[in-house]
Design a protein around this ligand. Structure first.
Ligand code: HEC
Length: 391
């Protein structure tokens, strides 16, 4: 619904009206009437009958609705041909057009008519100059004029994404391993989320690798520390990487290999490391319990060698399909082979470092203006250690 901006009968916003002979007040049935022509505020118009609407602050005016003079016996005083000018600043004038206002029917149910369309013009003043009336007498009259604000208008600053008072472009971070976490060192600013990018930058290893930080959060959030904190139930203290690596009385460090950890959490009477861990499984002893995604994360960490830092992890092979856009900075390191079929766009800076082979498959492209390095070294290369130190 459109806002009714201004009504002669009730003016909600601050506004000033000037005209000659405002003898009847601002009421529907007590119209504006001018019986003496005078100097027009717009120098381009002759001495005439005119009415000027002035807004304290410029407004975006969309359309208008007008009620011509409608009092009994006076509709012939109604404005017939009028010219409408508007001013954005209060001094320079632009002609909106010349219009013919229909004569009112003097009925009590008179609805008025759709007035000129301004189409969202940003203006300060509106001037209606009456060129003639229905009886061509010495007086001119109009009952009411209503201006409607453009509901789409922006009164603030339109940001780079076209949003009024918006926050501007968002920074998006590369999520090469698709875990929903972004690489803090690799981002682009854009209005719309590019495929393969996310809004957070919580992934210190965007190659799928997890570190103790990632799994400790899970132990903590799922309530394991109640028994495996200070108390070290079963000999297992999950508070630090060092103590967790020692494992418990039954498994020792084997807790971090194979399926032991996930098995102990989920399987009743899990036959762990040669002697069963008693029913119920850990998941039934805590309030939170690991869900499937968390269990998969935990297993992925174990499968990756359960490293303390995600940067200590070195995948064997990697297939890269994610396109890198301007600003993206990333290094892929594997012990064996990289296969790539992605785009390295202008302004991106990407390094592939593999132990044995880098295969640039169909679809792989480096745009002019991108930086791309391919090297055979793998995770143990000097390059890697420098890289890791920089992370
Ligand atoms: C209510 C206390 C309690 C909670 C909560 C608990 N555990 Fe245990 N946990 C134990 C006890 C007691 C043992 C020793 C074996 C047993 O009694 O079944 C144990 C054993 C283990 C072991 C085997 C250690 C070993 O090598 O002997 C692992 C692994 C383990 N818990 C992991 C977890 C994880 C992960 C969580 C969180 C989901 C968890 N526990 C929650 C009490 C608990």
């Amino acid at each position: 619904m459109k806002n009714l901006f201004l009504l002669l009968i009730c003016s909600l916003y601050s506004f000033v009206m000037q005209a000659q002979c405002v003898d009847n007040g601002n009421y529907w049935n007590e119209s504006w009437m001018s019986c003496t022509v005078s100097t027009n505020p717009n120098p381009a118009r002759a001495v005439s009958h005119w009415i000027l609407y002035e807004f304290h602050e410029p407004q975006y005016i969309d359309s208008s609705h007008i009620w011509n003079a409608n009092r009994t016996g006076e509709s012939a005083l109604g404005a017939k041909d009028v010219v409408i000018d508007y001013s954005p600043d209060g001094t320079t004038w632009t002609e909106l057009g010349t219009y013919t206002f229909p004569q009112a029917d003097e009925s009590s149910t008179y609805q008025g008519f759709e007035g000129p369309v301004f189409g969202g013009v940003f203006l300060h003043k509106i001037l209606i100059t009456v060129l003639n009336t229905y009886d061509n007498g010495s007086c001119a009259s109009i009952a009411e004029v209503q201006f409607k604000i453009d509901p789409e208008a922006c009164y603030g600053i339109v940001d780079a994404c076209g949003i009024c008072d918006g926050p501007g472009e968002t920074t998006w971070y590369v999520d090469a391993d698709g875990d929903g976490l972004g690489n803090p060192t690799s981002s682009v600013d854009a209005c719309i989320q590019p495929a393969g990018y996310v809004e957070n930058n919580n992934d210190n290893c965007d190659n799928g690798a997890l570190g103790w930080d990632d799994v400790f959060i899970l132990f903590d959030d799922n309530g394991c520390l109640g028994c495996h904190g200070n108390n070290a139930s079963g000999g297992l203290d999950l508070r630090t990487y060092a103590t967790a690596s020692l494992g418990g009385n039954t498994c020792g460090s084997s807790i971090l290999s194979g399926n032991n950890l996930v098995g102990i959490i989920t399987i009743p009477n899990y036959d762990a490391c040669g002697s069963p861990i008693g029913f119920p499984p850990m998941n039934d002893r805590v309030g939170g319990a690991f869900d499937a995604t968390e269990l998969a994360t935990l297993q992925a960490w174990v499968d990756g060698g359960a490293p303390e830092n995600c940067t200590d992890y070195c995948p064997e092979n990697e297939t890269i399909t994610l396109d890198y856009l301007t600003g993206a900075l990333n290094t892929h390191q594997v012990s064996q082979q990289i296969n790539a079929s992605n785009l390295v766009g202008i302004g991106a800076n990407i390094t592939f470092d593999a132990g044995t082979q880098i295969c640039l498959d169909p679809g792989f492209e480096v745009e002019n203006g991108a930086i791309f390095h391919a090297m055979i070294g793998g995770c143990s290369s000097t390059f890697q250690s420098n890289q890791l130190l920089n992370k």
